[in-house]
Ligand binder design. Structure first.
Ligand SMILES: [Zn+2]
Length: 99
């Protein structure tokens, strides 16, 4: 299986939404590759929809300091800082694939 297929399979069978760090740990990837994993997730979302009619759901990132929710993200990623309070203490987005 390619890495994208592994991510797809993992998120289709996950019980709870997973962060990129969770995905890296589960698949034995280097957490420093998180940027790559976010990129893979864009493709995984397309495959999930096109091939399985399923949707990649994203729990948006949240600022841990002020509670700001990043609702308007178009792409899966972890923002570097909060636009409201400037904090870099951001809870990363979590992903799961569902029908
Ligand atoms: Zn904030």
């Amino acid at each position: 299986m390619s890495i994208r297929e592994k991510i797809l399979d993992l998120l289709m069978n996950a019980d709870e939404p997973m962060s990129v760090d969770d995905i890296a740990r589960e698949l034995g990837l280097d957490p420093r590759e998180s940027k790559e994993i976010y990129r893979h997730l864009e493709h995984v979302a397309r495959t999930a929809r096109g091939k399985y009619g399923m949707t990649l759901l994203m729990e948006p990132p949240v600022c841990r300091k002020c509670g700001y929710i990043f609702k308007d993200l178009r792409k899966p990623r972890k923002p570097s800082k909060c636009p409201k309070c400037g904090s870099q203490w951001i809870e990363p987005p979590r992903f799961i694939i569902r029908r």
